[in-house]
Design a protein around this ligand. Sequence first.
Ligand SMILES: Cc1cc2nc3c(=O)[nH]c(=O)nc-3n(C[C@H](O)[C@H](O)[C@H](O)COP(=O)(O)OP(=O)(O)OC[C@H]3O[C@@H](n4cnc5c(N)ncnc54)[C@H](O)[C@@H]3O)c2cc1C
Length: 391
Amino acid sequence: MAGGGIGGLAATFALARQGVPLTVIEQAAAFGEVGAGLQLGPNAVRVLAEWGLRDALDAVAAWPEALQVRDAARGRDLGRLRLGADIARRHGQPYACLHRADLHALLLQAAQQHHGVQWRLAARLSAVSERSDTVKLTLDNGDTLVGPALVGCDGLWSRVRHAVADTLAPVPTGHVAYRGLVDASTLPIALRAPRVQVWLGPRLHVVHYPVRRGEAFNLVAVVHAQGGAPRDAQNWSEPASRSDLQAALGEVHAELAAWLDAVPAWTRWVLHDREPLRGPHGMAGGRIALLGDAAHPMRPYLAQGAAMALEDAWTLGRLAADPALPDWPQRFARYAALRWARNAQVQRRSRRNGTVFHARGPLRWGRDTAMALLGERLLDNAWLYRGPGDV
Ligand SMILES: Cc1cc2nc3c(=O)[nH]c(=O)nc-3n(C[C@H](O)[C@H](O)[C@H](O)COP(=O)(O)OP(=O)(O)OC[C@H]3O[C@@H](n4cnc5c(N)ncnc54)[C@H](O)[C@@H]3O)c2cc1C
């Protein structure tokens, strides 16, 4: 397993519980996640529940009652989706919001309970080569490892990808995400409602939602990049200021401004993606498979990148337990066949949502009208939330 992020730990857990012995190679010297939030739709919550991790999720997540869409300049209500018990009734599981570090820690703890996993930290993979019945990995320090298969969970800038799909670099989307975390106790009571709130404006949107059982709120503002783009494309957490964000956002509604003012420290992150998958060959070949962002990075406008990594891991775990698939090339071929089209659809829909969220002129008018007329039918993604589908 190359990479110990959310996808790598989920896959480690999914395979280890089937008795697969494995080694996790992670470049960081210690496990950890940078501070930011994640939304998990019912499809991702279902994966964690089926793994027996629902209690662990309950201990760290917030369960918002609704998703509310508003106009960033005027504050007008544009649309609303009932979450909580309502979405659980519709799709079998509720909608969760949590801190990335909490999900990461939950998966790490679950994976560490299984014997047969070796952990190698401060181990950076630099090259991969496949032979007829083994895969050879070379680390930066010159060490080599040989095993029967490799799962590349090494994220957006994946090295493993070079051995499977292509050697192309991810492409900047032209959007920059500003992120911050607010302690709920510092917010006026009126702002503490357990809601996912999405503010839409021309060439921008802002999302905030509760994490840590409502003890904190996560904010993400995405704007089209203007001068002063972040220097280090791979840095998830370059410090940024409220005035940088103000310059990018322009005037916003007073309530949204109050949210932005409450954030004690901002970081920013230049967003990248890749073209949506075009076939199973983008996810696996022979004894090497890709999982999560290594295979299908996506824009964050459907809030499903980590969710798709969890679904990939769940699928891989099920296939490892299938006696009809005794060898890795067969398992990986089936995995890629099962996963690629759904991942590609989520990548495409995420892009389309970005266009719609940031719309100007007639498209914006059409969006607002459609939301007023169709309401929940437009916001409820049944095809997505009922996943991950059968294996
Ligand atoms: C602004 C924003 C908001 C988002 N919000 C959501 C959301 O609400 N819901 C959601 O589901 N998703 C969301 N996502 C997407 C989600 O964050 C990612 O899809 C998810 O974290 C991908 O996990 P991963 O394990 O594939 O990759 P990563 O989390 O990037 O993990 C890769 C791991 O591999 C390690 N690594 C990399 N290279 C090497 C190497 N050469 N050798 C050894 N180790 C290596 C890294 O150190 C890291 O630990 C969001 C993304 C953005 C940008």
